[in-house]
Design a protein around this ligand. Structure first.
Ligand code: PMP
Length: 409
């Protein structure tokens, strides 16, 4: 069946909600996506019919929960082009996945003077874990700069990627600029320099076909809540040979083989990195989200978003005194960041809320990028599989009302 955004949207119960008697235009999917009934039902069914803890129970409920939990690793792996579920570690979100690498890999293998290469467009989740490690270990951080158009300045790579670089950690798609980075090319450059590569896929996996084998990276991180799945569950994929030798990250029950009064021994991955009772119903939700995206067709999702984004850019750029941040041409993600005249983005977002147009305003957890762009904050509209062109029209109408209200020129 061909992709029909209206039919797709009808699968999301939240869109039948009215606020102030009017439908919502949800343009904040880069923060978190809405959830189709299939995902909500899968979690409900888990609690109603299968709820029990995983791994330890010698009874049917626990065997069912454990089978679902473990089999989902293979489904996640297939979805991102990984060879098997062996490299799939369940975490809470992208932030935890990056922290896991910084602690479990970084603390074990990095020493004073080693370099980590990030970019200027990273989310705080891909800055702060490295800042901590830099402080603890005496590492050096370097950054790939961005061009004025909002793309990575790859001409600078030779300068910032050095013989001392041990890890390159970059976002696949920017949550501010919408830029899609050439992660395969950067991974290849990292490997040539003898470094590993971590890709933050929080803004990529929900929106486009991702193939970690084709990218060639060593670590790949993403969150379920941005891809129609629940909060509280995310994924770190890592090459299994790396997981095999890394130290545990957080420890406790589930991670161990034996505990003695004075020491413990640890299990093989992925369980070594999954302390305590995991987010089991959330894994059922993640499984359902992947099945839903596969049924809908991730290429169709991407194509739909590309057309909605192109329409949004065209309409936004017609607004006088609107400053747009990020590439205007070429393949890009479905986020549109802008400022309008000298209005504070928070005032703008509050004004749009009166029309039930939900956008985000602020630094988008990317303060270094905001500094590079010369702003403290921007407004951001972001789009997904269920976004309709009519919602873009509502955004534009509401922005025009805000211009009048604030007396913009
Ligand atoms: N990286 C990017 C590019 C993001 O957009 C986000 C979420 N805004 C994150 C990391 C962090 O994701 P989470 O909050 O789910 O850990």
């Amino acid at each position: 069946m061909s992709f029909d955004p209206v039919r797709v949207r009808a699968e999301f119960p939240i869109f039948s909600r009215k606020i102030r008697g009017k439908e919502i235009a949800y343009l904040d999917s880069a923060a978190t996506s809405q959830k189709p009934a299939a995902v909500i039902d899968a979690m409900d069914a888990f609690y109603r019919e299968h709820n029990s803890n995983v791994h330890r129970g010698a009874y049917v409920l626990s065997e069912e929960a454990t089978a679902m939990f473990e089999e989902t690793r293979g489904k996640v792996a297939k979805f991102i082009g990984a060879p098997s579920g062996d490299g799939i570690v369940y975490v809470r979100n992208t932030t935890e996945a990056i922290n896991l690498v910084a602690c479990a890999w970084g603390r074990k293998y990095l020493k004073a003077g080693d370099e980590i290469l990030l970019t200027e467009m990273e989310h705080h989740s891909n800055f702060v874990p490295w800042h901590q490690l830099v402080k603890d270990k005496g590492l050096v951080l370097r950054h790939i700069p961005i061009t004025d158009e909002g793309r990575l300045d790859l001409a600078a790579l030779d300068r910032v990627l050095t013989k001392k670089t041990r890890l390159v950690s970059i976002c696949h798609a920017s949550n501010v600029l919408g830029t899609i980075n050439p992660v395969a090319e950067i991974t290849a450059a990292a490997h040539r320099a003898g470094a590993l590569c971590l890709v933050d896929g929080a803004q990529a996996v929900p929106h486009m076909r991702v193939d970690v084998a084709a990218i060639g990276c060593d670590f790949y991180a993403f969150s379920a809540h941005k891809m129609c799945g629940p909060t509280g569950i995310g994924v770190l994929w890592a090459r299994p040979e790396l997981l095999k030798d890394m130290d545990p990250f957080m420890v406790g029950g589930e991670t161990i083989v034996e505990v003695h009064l004075d020491h413990s021994t640890f299990r093989d991955p992925p369980h070594r990195y999954e302390p305590g009772t995991p987010a089991i119903a959330e894994v059922a939700g993640l499984e359902a989200a992947i099945a839903w995206l596969e049924k809908t067709g991730i290429d169709a999702v991407h194509a739909h978003e590309a057309s909605v984004t192109a329409y949004a850019l065209k309409r936004l750029l017609e607004i006088p005194r609107l400053t747009f941040y990020g590439p205007r041409t070429g393949p890009r993600g479905g986020v549109a960041c802008f400022t309008l005249d000298d209005l504070h983005p928070h005032d703008l977002a509050t004004c749009l809320d009166q029309d039930n147009v939900c956008i985000r305003a602020g630094h988008h957890c990317a303060q270094p990028l905001m500094r590079r762009l010369g702003v403290v904050a921007t407004a951001r509209a972001s789009f997904y599989v269920y976004t309709l062109p009519s919602e873009i029209d509502r955004l534009i109408e509401s922005l025009n009302r805000a211009r009048e209200f604030f007396g913009c020129r």
